[in-house]
Design a protein around this ligand. Structure first.
Ligand code: IMP
Ligand code: MG
Length: 186
């Protein structure tokens, strides 16, 4: 490309969900959450970094007063398979006392991340309720039995990038979700 730009789309083997598909599904999810949380004190807790883009788009489709917060964890440590341990990075837990909490993540894979965050928030933050929303859910047998309360799309057991999802810290800014070409995986 001209001007030293990189066309990240060329790194994809195939696109699973384009911008229109993502936008439409996020709007549907926002409408569903609006109906179910009406009149309730809602706080959305995004799992960073992957949940950042989904959070930004989803909250603008929720027609309710709400608060946002975030939590930062790592489970992949640069590989394409979960390491099995969930490390919490923050020093401060969000203030969720008495609130209906919706944990928001990019993807549900083994389930370990969502399980660890749910347990930690329930144990340490005295929320009224804790539910979860993910944009993607891998159709696999989970390492821990957990499903999301709200899910955008199901995907197969393959490593995906884009719209917040990374490989070694990159591709989060790709506006579509897709599967990387083998040449770009170490
Ligand atoms: P789990 O703990 O195995 O459910 O993994 C959830 C976390 O792993 C998510 O928050 C993602 O950050 C990351 N993850 C899982 N699958 C993928 C993927 O296909 N691409 C990028 N990140 C992924
Ligand atoms: Mg993550």
């Amino acid at each position: 490309m001209a001007n030293g730009e990189t066309n990240l789309h060329e790194h994809l083997d195939r696109v699973l969900f384009d911008q229109v598909q993502i936008r439409d599904r996020v709007a549907e999810m926002g409408a569903e959450i609006t109906r179910e949380f009406a009149g309730e004190p809602l706080t959305i807790v995004a799992v960073l970094q992957g949940g950042a883009l989904f959070m930004a788009d989803l909250i603008r489709e929720i027609r309710l007063p709400l608060e946002i917060d975030s939590i930062s964890v790592a489970s992949y440590h640069g590989a394409t398979e979960s390491s099995g341990t969930v490390t919490f990075h923050q020093t401060r837990m969000p203030n969720l006392r008495g609130r209906n909490v919706l944990i928001l993540d990019d993807i549900l894979d083994t389930g370990r991340t969502m399980r660890a965050i749910k347990d930690k928030l329930r144990g340490e933050c005295s929320p009224k309720s804790v539910r979860s929303v993910v944009l993607l859910s891998k159709s696999i047998e989970r390492a821990v039995p957990i499903e999301a309360d709200y899910c955008g799309f199901a995907v197969g057991n393959e490593f995906v990038v884009g719209y917040g999802l990374d490989y070694q810290g990159r591709y989060r800014n790709l506006p579509v979700i897709g599967v990387l070409k083998e040449d770009f995986i170490e």
